[in-house]
Each structure stands twice: as C-alpha cells, then as structure tokens.
Design a protein around this ligand. Structure first.
Ligand code: IPE
Ligand code: IPE
Ligand code: MG
Length: 241
C-alpha cells in the first residue's frame, strides 16, 4: 500500500537533509493540456505548488531551495505565454511577500536583466528586498536564468588579475549564486532527463531526481519522496564509499 504523508515524514532523517535543493518545475503545459485548458492555467496552478513546497521546506528546516521559473530559452515561446509568465511572477510575488515574511524567508532572484524592462525589474527587485532582513530559509527564483549566460557574464567581469588567480573553488564567487552552496539535490518533474541550462556550474556533483509527476501535481508528499530518495544515495565526490 502506498505510504501516507506522516509515514514518509517519519522515515526522513532530518539531520541528513540536503542543504540546497534545486527544482526544475516542468510540466505545467502538459498538466493544462490534459484538462483542455490554456497553458497559462497550468502555470497558475504551478505557482500554487511552489507555495506548498516552500511551506514544507520551512517545516523541515531546509536552508535553500532554488526554483527554476523562467529560462533564457523560454523567450522562444509564443509572446502571449511569455507575457503571461512575466505577469504571473510579479502578481505571485505581490501576493506572497507578506507570507514569506511571516515565515522569515529570504527571497532572492537569480538571473539576467536582459530583455526585461526597467520598471518591471525595479518592481520585482523591490519586492525581493522586502524580505532581506529575514534570516530563515532562502528561496531563490531562477528567473530569466541561463547557466551558460551566467558563466559568460561572470567571465566578462573579471579583471586580468582575477583571471590569473581564478580556480574552480573561487569561480563560484563571481556567479549569480555567489554565497549559496552548490545544490545537493536537483529535482525535475515531468520525466524529462535534462538540465535545460539550469545551474550548469553548480550542479557538478548534485544528485538528480526525476519524477513523472507534473509540477502542478508535485505536492508535499512528492517532495518527501524525492528527499527520501536523496537520502538513499551514496555521494562519493570522486572518492570511494
Ligand atoms: C514549466 O512548464 C514552466 C516553465 C518552463 C515556465 P512547461 O510550460 O515547460 O510545461 P510543459 O513542458 O510544456 O508541459
Ligand atoms: C526548463 O523547462 C525551464 C524551466 C522549468 C523554467 P523547459 O520546459 O523550458 O525545458 P525544455 O525546453 O523542455 O528543455
Ligand atoms: Mg517544459
């Protein structure tokens, strides 16, 4: 018989949680299609999954969760969908900031400013700033994010001296994720087994978990299953077990 939420929670070792979980939230379109509804309906439903996922993260005591919300390649989608996604992020933030503050959450936006208008950027950055005095879990939204662009932008800003002194350990300090530990676990919903330009540099030693569940259906129980699966892995970092 399938385990219920409490049974899964009892199996989880709270001392061995991943410090940073990255989530590629995929499948909103397919979820909507199954219901013969427009793709944006799926994206709106996906935003609700984020809320419950964040809640669970706080309950468990996770330190960092990064949600992939819009990639630098997602500009290739129809204009209506792109506009809808930009609007959804802003509206979701307006609605959620009080909630995030109540949960002592620090919100950070990771991504490029390219293609986004100044007014819009100011609004979303202002909202994130409203959480910066908190010191609980950190929620990163990878928005207009692309791993390749992140790396190229970092390199372009380096001085000749910094380039001469660069090392694999220090390079991360120049990325948008500076100060954030590498993700221990990367979850992708909807069965696709690819990174789609998510945290390329940072995922060198991440554990991957792919589920066929579509993002709007990824509830707290699904998250517990992913975390339990992570806890069954042996991480070796090139060494031996
Ligand atoms: C993920 O859902 C959300 C974004 C990429 C913004 P999709 O919109 O990619 O859903 P599918 O892959 O078409 O089902
Ligand atoms: C990855 O999903 C990007 C986000 C979840 C924001 P996509 O649906 O855009 O990825 P591909 O196109 O299937 O690789
Ligand atoms: Mg997709």
């Amino acid at each position: 018989m399938a385990k219920d939420y409490q049974e899964l929670l009892d199996l989880l070792d709270l001392q061995k949680l991943p410090k940073h979980v990255g989530i590629i939230m995929d499948g909103n379109g397919r979820w909507a299609k199954q219901r013969r509804r427009p793709r944006l309906y799926g994206h709106r439903q996906g935003a609700k999954s984020v809320r419950s996922n964040v809640e669970l993260g706080v309950e468990l005591g996770l330190k960092y969760i990064t949600y992939y919300a819009f990639s630098t390649e997602n500009w290739n989608r129809p204009e209506d969908e792109v506009k809808g996604l930009l609007k959804l992020l802003k509206e979701h933030l307006i609605k959620e900031i009080p909630n995030l503050n109540k949960q002592n959450i620090v919100l950070k936006l990771l991504g490029s400013e390219q293609g986004l208008d100044k007014g819009y950027l100011n609004e979303i950055n202002d909202m994130a700033r409203q959480t910066h005095r908190n010191n609980g879990m950190q929620v990163n939204i990878a928005f207009n994010y692309g791993g390749r662009l992140e790396i190229v932008e970092a390199i372009k800003k380096l001085s000749p001296k910094e380039i001469a002194e660069l090392s694999p350990e220090s390079f991360g300090d120049h990325l948008w994720t500076a100060g954030i530990p590498d993700p221990d676990l990367i979850i992708r919903t909807s069965g696709e087994m690819r990174l789609s330009n998510f945290l390329l540099w940072q995922s060198a030693y991440s554990e991957f978990y792919v589920t066929n569940t579509l993002w709007p259906d990824f509830d707290k129980k699904e998250m517990l299953k992913a975390l339990l699966n992570y806890q069954s892995r042996t991480r070796k970092f090139g060494g031996i077990a």
